[in-house]
Design a protein around this ligand. Structure first.
Ligand SMILES: *Cc1c(COP(=O)(O)O)cnc(C)c1O
Length: 343
């Protein structure tokens, strides 16, 4: 079966070894799948989902895209960028669940890019149910002669998840060419689409490396069933014959810290370590927590030397700039002296 899909994303994304980070951690060989390089307004994993979602929207004649997320949502920003590229209107409902009184948090990072690409943004207080609000906005749009298309949080329905069914095939082709055997995949898991899509995609190509989802907010008991249900729905949608049980879904909520969008000291360490050894940028909300999970596993001695572990980089770099205060700054005197020396 052919699924409508756009071709906007830069694919395949590179698969690269992180040899300096691997050596520093004295662990297995770490590879990185660069879905931070998907293009369009600083990239990220939602772009793969949006190729399918936006194709569906266009097929249905939509002129207005509506979606929601947190203040610093990467999903909202990528959706807004796709809409700009396709000449569609975009309305974002953003829940201020983190730092609601911090004006720069609401204006910098992803929020800056939302404005720049021309999205209309409605900020709502933490705990607001965004789905009914999106339906209301959609009804309004229809009443005014428009054709709305609502994308759920994270783009995680079976249509969007197809992006990661395809991504599993892409990684499979890359590892086959490198004659590489992957022992485990580690990634940040939020609304479950990335992890669920990979589970279905790997089954479809008769591979099943363990795919370990590091929760960025939900408890393990909430995330596991979410991934399972979405994997089952997506398999049915994609026509992949597979049976999957909760025991096949590997998730951990050990690295969430105080909650979604709240950085942990382990994530900050992981971000700094990766930046300093590889020049690769992670973020405090998603990929920093996932890398903290991988680093913890390495330090626990779970992997054998010579094993190949893929860290799936899901993007999020724009969010980094909304969290500048989390990183230690040089003291004022030090920077004055340094700038004198440079002159
Ligand atoms: C959305 C997002 C995730 C989580 O992906 P899901 O498909 O929602 O589980 C991970 N990393 C980044 C940077 C994201 O923006």
């Amino acid at each position: 079966m052919q699924f409508p899909r756009l071709h906007i994303v830069h694919l395949p994304t590179p698969l690269e070894p992180l040899d300096r980070l691997s050596a520093a951690l004295k662990g297995p060989r770490i590879w990185i799948k660069r879905d931070d390089c998907t293009g369009l307004a600083t990239g990220g994993n939602k772009a793969r989902k949006l190729e399918f979602l936006m194709a569906d929207a266009i097929q249905r004649g939509a002129d207005t895209i509506i979606t929601s997320g947190a203040t610093q949502s990467n999903h909202a920003r990528q959706t807004a960028a796709f809409a700009a590229k396709l000449g569609l209107k975009c309305k974002l409902v953003l829940e201020e669940c983190v730092k609601p009184s911090d004006i720069s948090f609401r204006t910098n990072g992803n929020a800056l890019l939302d404005r720049l690409v021309g999205a209309e943004t409605l900020f709502v207080t933490a705990g607001t149910e965004t789905s009914p609000l999106m339906s209301e906005i959609a009804q309004d749009c229809s009443a005014n002669g428009g054709t709305p298309y609502v994308i759920p949080v994270g783009g995680s329905n079976p249509i969007g998840t197809m992006g990661y069914v395809q991504a599993a095939r892409e990684l499979n082709a890359q590892t086959a060419e490198l004659k590489l055997n992957i022992d485990e995949i580690v990634l940040a898991s939020g609304s479950a689409g990335t992890q669920a899509g990979l589970l279905v995609g790997f089954r479809a190509c008769d591979l099943s490396p363990p795919v370990w989802g590091v929760s960025v907010g939900r408890s393990k008991d909430a995330l596991g069933p979410l991934v399972l249900n979405l994997a089952q729905q997506t398999a049915e949608f994609a026509g992949v014959d597979m049976s999957i049980a909760l025991g096949d879904v590997l998730v951990s909520s050990e690295f969430v810290g105080q909650g979604y969008g709240l950085p942990t000291s382990q994530a900050i360490e992981a971000i700094e370590l990766t930046a300093r050894h590889e020049g690769i940028l992670l973020d405090p909300v998603y990929t920093g927590k996932a890398m903290a999970g991988l680093i913890h596993r390495i330090r626990q001695g779970i992997y054998r030397p010579g094993q190949n572990i893929v860290f799936w980089h899901t993007g999020g770099v724009a969010g980094l700039f909304a969290y500048a205060d989390e990183f230690p700054r040089p003291r004022q005197a030090g920077s004055v002296r340094a700038s004198r020396a440079l002159n």
